[in-house]
Design a protein around this ligand. Structure first.
Ligand SMILES: NC(=O)c1ccc[n+]([C@@H]2O[C@H](COP(=O)([O-])OP(=O)(O)OC[C@H]3O[C@@H](n4cnc5c(N)ncnc54)[C@H](OP(=O)(O)O)[C@@H]3O)[C@@H](O)[C@H]2O)c1
Length: 248
């Protein structure tokens, strides 16, 4: 069940919309009547998806962004406001996972995860919170991970960046009790996406085997994002975890 009208005409920016959870979220938001801004680095993919969504009757646009670059995220927010007159929600979903045992870790991989998973969220907040303040309303949804709840070998730094993002979201919640900004952090478990593609061969095979065996369809997370966004303004869904039922 969902409130069919709640997202109608709302403008929602989704980072990491070129694949996986972000793509499924953008599609579902468009189906439910939202204006969608699809943001990611792979321009060809988001442009093609925005075109499909427009063909289906939605208002959708693609904006290339690298969330690790503050200026790029500021430009994403500025262009979204120019195109749609405001932003009702910002879904900070872009993420990378480079898994390794700490003794085998690579500083470039650690930096990439900090830059995208943590700094990417901060760049989004810096750009969008002034817009929310001016409008008098806005909603930030951050996709974090159950890997920060149950810490497994090789996932230490990835989980650390996700838990840092969770902490930032809790701080934002605590600073937002004047009713302007709503916050939601969503922790998926295993979801079948492209997340493992950038991993080394050993991790990739292990994670992809898990995704194939019991990973959720990304639309399961997309539904949770919509559930949080569809609540009336006085209701804040703070935190959700979504695991495959058989995940430990
Ligand atoms: N799949 C899972 O099992 C799982 C579980 C828990 C949490 N998560 C989280 O869910 C989120 C989405 O991941 P996914 O599983 O859907 O994986 P995915 O299919 O690999 O999607 C990741 C998205 O992030 C984008 N991205 C990566 N670096 C970026 C950057 N610097 N700037 C802008 N966009 C960037 C990618 O687009 P471009 O490459 O086109 O930029 C892509 O659209 C991530 O935050 C991930 O950590 C996933």
């Amino acid at each position: 069940m969902h409130d069919g009208a709640a997202l109608q005409g709302k403008t929602i920016v989704v980072t990491g919309a070129s694949s996986g959870i972000g793509l499924a979220t953008a599609e579902l938001l468009a189906q439910r009547g939202a204006n969608v801004v699809l943001a990611a680095r792979r321009t060809d993919r988001i442009a093609a998806l925005a075109s499909v969504l427009r063909d289906g009757g939605a208002r959708a646009t693609a904006i290339t962004v690298d969330v690790s670059d503050a200026d790029s995220v500021q430009a994403l927010v500025d262009e979204s406001v120019r195109s749609f007159g405001g932003i009702d929600a910002f879904v900070s979903n872009a993420g990378v996972a480079r898994l390794a045992r700490l003794e085998d870790g690579d500083a470039a991989d650690w930096n990439a995860m900090v830059d995208v998973n943590l700094r990417g969220l901060l760049h989004g907040l810096t750009a969008v919170l002034p817009v929310f303040r001016r409008q008098g309303h806005g909603h930030v949804v951050a996709v974090v991970s159950t890997s920060g709840i149950k810490i497994s070998p090789t996932m230490g730094v990835y989980a650390a960046t996700k838990n840092a993002a969770r902490t930032v979201m809790e701080a934002l919640r605590a600073e937002s009790t004047d009713g302007v900004v709503r916050t939601t952090e969503i922790s998926p478990g295993f979801v079948r996406t492209e997340l493992a593609d950038g991993m080394d061969e050993v991790s990739r095979e292990q994670i992809q085997a898990g995704m194939r065996a019991f990973g959720l369809d990304p639309v399961a997370v997309a539904r949770a994002v919509c559930f949080a966004l569809e609540q009336p303004h006085d209701v804040e869904i703070g935190s959700l975890t979504i695991r495959p039922t058989i995940q430990d």
